[in-house]
Design a protein around this ligand. Structure first.
Ligand SMILES: [Ca+2]
Length: 412
């Protein structure tokens, strides 16, 4: 088990390193790496990139704009050419998707409801696939008194409204958060029209409540719900969810389990659901999430044993893992690139490490599991990358949390 004092010391060191790298202050989201004590022994499972030379650089996509701790970049799918940036403290900003845009308005402000700081905050935003017709948008945030994650819906008065009334909130469901860290937070609609929700294991270190393996807990999961149904009140259960009709204390909302802190998820054009799952002491992982899958935590950290025996459990190992040996600490899951401005990245899964600022690209095959992956370094020091997002043209953007900038990749 990790030594809390060592964990604190390590976090302090990382924070100092980050403060040297960042001119606009130190990010508090580094707590995302909580529990990340240095490996006691060198990892034997380090997987070196096939290419270690930078091939890409990052540029500021919107040089006239700045944001407070951005954790999401997305669009509404409404043809309006607007994009949206989520600020962790509880605000959604909106602006025209143009590099020369000089101002970003406030789309929704729920700072008074959100408990933020560290890994808490307004962590997810997804527009309903029929947003143009119904004006629905969904958020995931943490709150205090009591400490909970809230999944709720807001309603824009019209698709082109510039602001959303905070009183339109309808809570779909919420669940308890035993510790402040590991809140997951990404929400997104799948090609099936259902809402997918990433949840962390509830926090502390080492998953002391064993939530990841507990199918009676919302924590350490990917959840899937039907926001257009009402069989659970303000949402419903997709009929083919793994535990939809099982009972026995197993939660019908669960889609996959055994996750520690799935930090950012995305679907690719083949319908595969990708996530980065933040590791404990040694290994960061990239997973392709399949329905009913057990992704191992806390039996395993990456492909290594962690606590207890994974024997007899049907565990799906990550498609890729990397160690903390080179200063990497906390994975930020990205997306399979499907835009047109970077031909060399097409079809590759782009992801980052929050602490080191390295950005990589994974090449996989087209199968549901991705087959055997190979990895290449794109950028060595991109910034404190908290999230990746796409615009309506499928171009990819990176949120720099500490600098408050939205970046994009371009050839070097
Ligand atoms: Ca795992």
């Amino acid at each position: 088990m990790p030594n809390p004092n060592r964990a604190m010391l390590y976090k302090t060191i990382i924070t100092l390193l980050l403060s040297l790298a960042a001119t606009a202050g130190v990010s508090s989201l580094i707590a995302m790496a909580c529990g990340g004590t240095p490996a006691d022994t060198p990892s034997s499972s380090t997987e070196a990139p096939v290419k270690a030379v930078e091939t890409v650089k990052v540029v500021n996509a919107f040089p006239k704009l700045s944001f407070s701790q951005p954790v999401e970049f997305t669009h509404a799918g409404d043809g309006s050419n607007r994009v949206f940036v989520l600020e962790q403290e509880g605000r959604i900003r909106v602006f025209e998707n143009n590099a020369q845009t000089a101002s970003a308005g406030t789309y929704l402000d729920i700072k008074k409801r959100v408990a933020s700081g560290g890994e808490m905050g307004l962590l997810g935003l997804a527009f309903h696939p029929k947003f143009e017709q119904n004006g629905y948008l969904f958020v995931n945030y943490t709150k205090n008194n009591p400490s909970e994650t809230v999944i709720s819906r807001f309603k824009a008065a019209s698709a082109n409204a510039n602001t959303v009334d905070p009183t339109t909130e309808t809570i779909l469901f919420k669940f308890q958060q035993p510790y402040s860290n590991h809140n997951g937070g990404k929400i997104l609609f799948g090609p099936d029209g259902y809402l997918y929700i990433a949840t962390g294991d509830g926090g502390s270190a080492g998953d002391p409540q064993n939530n990841g393996q507990n199918t009676g807990s919302y924590l350490g999961k990917v959840l899937r719900v039907d926001v257009d149904a009402t069989d659970k009140g303000n949402y419903g259960i997709p009929k083919d969810n793994p535990f939809a009709n099982v009972g026995d204390g197993k939660l019908a909302e669960i889609y996959a389990y055994g996750l520690r802190n799935p930090w950012r998820m995305s679907f690719d054009d083949r319908g595969r659901l990708w996530t980065g799952d933040v590791g404990q002491n040694k290994l960061e992982e990239i997973d392709i999430i399949r329905k009913g899958g057990n992704y191992g935590w806390r039996l395993k950290e990456g492909r290594a044993s962690y606590e207890g025996s994974a024997q007899g459990a049907s565990v799906i190992d990550p498609i890729w893992q990397y160690s903390h040996d080179n200063g990497d600490v906390s994975v930020t899951g990205g997306a399979v690139y499907r835009g047109s401005s970077n031909a060399s990245l097409k079809g590759k899964y782009i992801y980052a490490d929050y602490a080191s600022g390295r950005v990589w690209a994974l090449t996989t095959d087209a199968s549901p599991t991705g087959g055997k992956a190979s990895n290449e370094l794109l950028v060595n020091r991109a910034g404190t990358i908290s999230a990746f997002g796409e615009d309506a043209r499928n171009e990819l953007y990176l949120c720099d949390h500490a600098e408050g900038k939205i970046l994009r990749l371009t050839s070097k």
